[in-house]
Design a protein around this ligand. Structure first.
Ligand SMILES: [Zn+2]
Ligand SMILES: [Zn+2]
Length: 248
């Protein structure tokens, strides 16, 4: 079972990025959406029309994406996991200014491997790491450096939206959350959704490394995904024979 999480690119750009990762769109079994914002879903309808993927999302996300009305749809709820072949897909509600945004936890019933994708988190409550559970791989937002955002060129209203409780996580917030995740059980980490204006990979890594170290995280599989390039395939540190996720 192979799934794609979010589709913010045109089919052409998506196909090129998949090709860079040596994957054919036809090999994807389903498209999972975390929420309806354009950087996550603007390419979904075209991709689904082209490749016929069934779509998995919350009712709120579907309601906000009328272009997916004709798609084969599977509705995710926070109360029960959805079975996609051997993959159990669970949704964890998150605070973000979308209709019904979620983080996704993917569990492979055969191997027991677990991966989570947590993007666009307005805040990181203490029980969030518990809600995700032990993970072999976590793709997590590290959106901005708080100082850089404050000093940067964005209008005041946008700065408030980004740093607010339903916006995006700062590096410091991501670091705090990763510390909690490491205490629950954490393999490889991919930092994602970095702002090109308000963050750099160095700033993000510099913030999260000490927090992971302090939490006793020994895996040392820490990667950063940038917007312009396709990240190399990342295998879970504990289950390195299995490729668990690919960040686009
Ligand atoms: Zn968003
Ligand atoms: Zn986003």
């Amino acid at each position: 079972m192979r799934v794609l999480v979010d589709a913010g690119f045109s089919p052409r750009a998506l196909q090129a990025r998949l090709a860079a990762a040596r994957m054919a769109p036809e090999s994807i079994d389903a498209l999972l959406l975390t929420h309806e914002h354009t950087d996550h879903a603007s390419g979904a309808a075209d991709a689904v029309a082209r490749w016929g993927w069934p779509v998995v999302a919350t009712a709120g996300t579907f309601a906000a994406l009328p272009a997916l009305r004709e798609a084969s749809r599977m509705v995710l709820t926070a109360t029960s996991a959805l079975a996609l072949g051997a993959l159990d897909v669970a949704a964890v509600p998150i605070a973000h200014d979308a209709r019904e945004p979620v983080a996704l936890v993917l569990a492979d019933r055969h191997s027991g491997a677990r991966a989570a994708i947590a993007l666009d988190l307005g805040r990181a409550p203490d029980d969030f790491a518990q809600a995700l559970g032990p993970l072999d791989l976590l793709v997590i937002e590290a959106n901005h450096d708080a100082q850089r955002l404050a000093d940067g060129p964005y209008p005041a209203m946008l700065k408030r939206r980004i740093s607010g409780g339903s916006g995006h996580l700062s590096n410091a917030q991501t670091a705090h959350l990763l510390g909690a995740c490491a205490r629950v059980g954490l393999g490889a980490v991919i930092l994602a959704h970095l702002s090109e204006t308000n963050n750099t990979p160095e700033l993000a890594l510099g913030a999260v490394r000490p927090a992971l170290r302090a939490a006793g995280w020994r895996t040392r599989a820490l990667h950063v995904a940038t917007q312009g390039a396709v990240l190399h395939p990342v295998a879970s540190a504990q289950r390195d024979a299995r490729q668990l996720a690919l960040d686009l």
